[in-house]
Write a protein that binds this ligand. Structure first.
Ligand code: AMP
Ligand code: ZN
Length: 134
């Protein structure tokens, strides 16, 4: 007979596996397998410094679980997405760009410029932004 603790561990590992995408850089950062400058993290999401910043402040909000893009079926993930926006605003406040202004951007698929296919919200500020974005 398999002990309950083992069953629970197997189930937990299975669920964790389902939330990750093999070889995805942001999944690897979320699980601390790959390095990144982590500015904030909780059980749902993390905020990291963008590796190639395009503004004086440029960070990324990343859900812990693997979501490819906004094109995924996200019904049921409303609270996660809302939470990420709340944390984005908190990070902007902490970086001191809430008053001057900042941009929150989600690129979806190739023509919008998505290059990492794990959903992320860019938070950019510290300089004047152009509109419309190029
Ligand atoms: P996007 O083009 O909208 O998919 O944005 C991807 C962003 O992820 C870009 O701004 C990259 O500079 C950033 N990026 C890619 N790899 C890493 C990494 N390992 N750590 C931090 N940021 C990264
Ligand atoms: Zn991922």
């Amino acid at each position: 007979m398999i002990p309950f603790a083992v069953k629970r561990w197997v189930y937990y590992s299975y669920q964790k596996g389902r939330e990750r995408m093999f070889g995805c850089i942001f999944c690897q950062i979320a699980s601390h397998e790959k390095p990144a400058k982590i500015l904030y993290e909780d059980e749902q999401c993390l905020a990291i410094q963008d590796l190639h910043p395009r503004a004086p402040v440029h960070l990324l909000l990343i859900p812990r679980k693997h979501v490819t893009s906004l094109n995924d079926k996200l019904e049921g993930d409303e609270s996660l997405l809302g939470h990420m926006l709340v944390i984005a605003a908190r990070m902007a406040r902490e970086k001191g760009i809430d008053g001057t202004g900042y941009r929150t951007v989600i690129n979806t698929n190739a023509e919008a410029g998505q290059t990492v296919f794990h959903l992320h919200i860019h938070v950019m500020g510290g300089r004047v932004m152009k509109w419309p974005p190029g």
